[in-house]
Design a protein around this ligand. Structure first.
Ligand code: CS2
Length: 493
């Protein structure tokens, strides 16, 4: 038997469920990128406030595979959120996603839903690479194959930006006001980046599109919840607890944070009643989260993977790792952060260390290691820029960058192939494949100015620090480097 509206009443009493009638919910939000992250975050905030206004249901669009739709449509969109840490777990059935569309199968249905006047928000979790931008500059990559395709075929787009611009054109033609764009990806100033790529893409399409996107609001947000990919064991455990099958539950941690700029011309759900914090400028929160959480996460992922740790919790348990990450956060990242009045930064770092240690989450280092070329600029390189400008040391940050360089070459310390998932994996292999010396490898990577920017690519102190760190990794291995690193005197910037 499967989880569905019909089987909801049979669930054990301890399982929370919607306090509204899921059948009465209407779509008000189209979400592009209906993955686990969205279903553990925005969809949960929305679920909590639908009883007030059932007009804010979500249409979940996948831009690639039909997997989520195939798993959840037979369940009337219902799925289980399992929140767990070392002290226990809680199960809650979420009912806010009421429609599923798979863009490659039916782009017209997606465009029609986005152009519908009842759609007032289009939100996104399409990952960093989904913005078709240059990560170093935050501007549209005008030679991206999807951008070229979507300009040539505006009525059957592939990319998020192509769908957004075509839907806004259709709304303008029909006299419908633009929806609010809400980027929920881990990018600095994510609303600005989205607004910028949308505006540039529309200008490339022509005058009508440029006019259609002119007034679109794109508030920035900081989103935070650790959501590992669901495993077969998670599915089995949830089925046992529910006594019905759930084809795609989501497993996450108790921590959940959402800071949002309050610019929604066509309205929004009362997400503040579910704990979202509305502000006028989110940038200080975003920089803090990207540099402290995600910067540490990527460092843990590359070093941990190379040292043989399958999960973040295992990586944290490697000798020297917790000290390394704590030093990275407190001594190298924290001094670069803009002040946040009344915010306890030390407590935030302390919380992060225990979140990374959460023994109940099997968050794979390999999962976080994906797409490093798209993640490093905002997670580590921006911090390094600020350290350089202050003449300060950054040896742990340099080690994080070197660990990515070591990892992305595609073989581990035993010579086994690594399944590197990165839009630039082939380019990296081509650039570095034949080079064997640390200095040569770093020089080859630094030709990627779309990652490093012209400035860091030319910066001798940056190059030297990363080369030293890479040499340590290649000579001594990741485990020994992690063990020795915290005790090393910081290299002068
Ligand atoms: C992670 C993030 O996969 C990754 O790259 O660093 O998904 C991280 O878990 C979230 O940003 C936490 O809010």
């Amino acid at each position: 038997m499967r989880l569905s509206r019909q089987t909801l009443p049979r669930l054990p009493a301890a399982v929370s469920r919607p306090d509204y009638d899921p059948a009465a919910v209407a779509v008000g939000i189209v979400h592009l990128g209906i993955g686990a992250f969205h279903r553990a975050h925005q969809a949960v905030f929305t679920d909590a406030v639908l009883s007030e206004n059932p007009g804010w249901g979500i249409c979940g669009v996948s831009l690639r595979s039909p997997e989520t739709r195939d798993a959840l449509a037979p369940q009337d969109g219902l799925y289980t959120l399992k929140v767990q840490d070392g002290s226990g777990e809680r199960l809650r059935v979420i009912g806010s996603v009421v429609e599923f569309l798979c863009a490659p199968e039916d782009p017209q249905a997606v465009l029609a839903r986005m152009a519908d006047p009842r759609t007032r928000i289009v939100s996104l979790t399409v990952t960093e690479k989904g913005y078709c931008h240059n990560p170093a500059t935050g501007t549209l990559d005008e030679s991206h194959p999807d951008v070229l395709h979507d300009i040539a075929h505006p009525d059957r787009p592939r990319s998020a930006v192509g769908f957004i611009v075509e839907a806004l054109v259709r709304r303008a033609r029909a006299g419908t006001a633009p929806f609010t764009l809400l980027s929920c990806d881990n990018l600095p100033a994510n609303g600005h980046v989205l607004g910028r790529v949308v505006t540039r893409f529309a200008a490339l399409r022509g005058a009508e599109a440029a006019a259609a996107v002119r007034d679109v609001a794109a508030p920035s947000t900081m989103i935070d919840r650790i959501v590992p990919a669901t495993t077969a064991e998670d599915r089995a455990a949830v089925a046992a607890a529910l006594s019905v099958e759930d084809a795609w539950p989501v497993v996450t941690e108790p921590f959940c944070q959402w800071v949002v700029e309050d610019r929604f011309p066509l309205g929004r759900p009362a997400w503040e009643k579910a704990g979202a914090v509305f502000v006028t400028d989110v940038s200080a929160f975003e920089t803090m989260k990207l540099r402290l959480l995600n910067g540490s996460h990527s460092t843990l992922a590359y070093l941990g993977y190379l040292a043989g740790a399958e999960t973040v919790a295992e990586a944290m348990a490697l000798p020297g790792m917790a000290e390394l990450i704590e030093g990275l956060m407190r001594e190298e990242v924290s001094p670069t952060l803009p002040p946040l009045a009344g915010f306890d930064l030390a407590a935030y770092c302390e919380d992060l260390l225990s979140r990374f240690r959460n023994p109940a989450l099997r968050h794979r280092t390999w999962q976080i290691a994906m797409d490093g070329s798209q993640k490093l600029p905002q997670r580590l390189l921006g911090t390094i820029r600020d350290r350089r400008a202050a003449g300060a040391a950054f040896n742990r940050l340099a080690l994080g960058v070197a660990a990515w360089m070591r990892y992305a070459r595609g073989f581990d310390e035993k010579g086994q192939a690594i399944d590197v998932r990165d839009p630039h994996a082939a380019r990296i292999a081509g650039l570095t494949g034949r080079v064997t010396e640390p200095a040569g490898i770093v020089a080859a990577y630094l030709t990627m100015t779309d990652v490093f920017g012209e400035d860091l690519a030319q910066d001798a102190a940056f190059r030297d620090a990363v080369t030293r760190a890479l040499a340590d990794l290649m000579l001594h291995g990741a485990a020994a480097t992690i063990r020795s690193r915290p005790a090393l005197p910081p290299h002068a910037g």
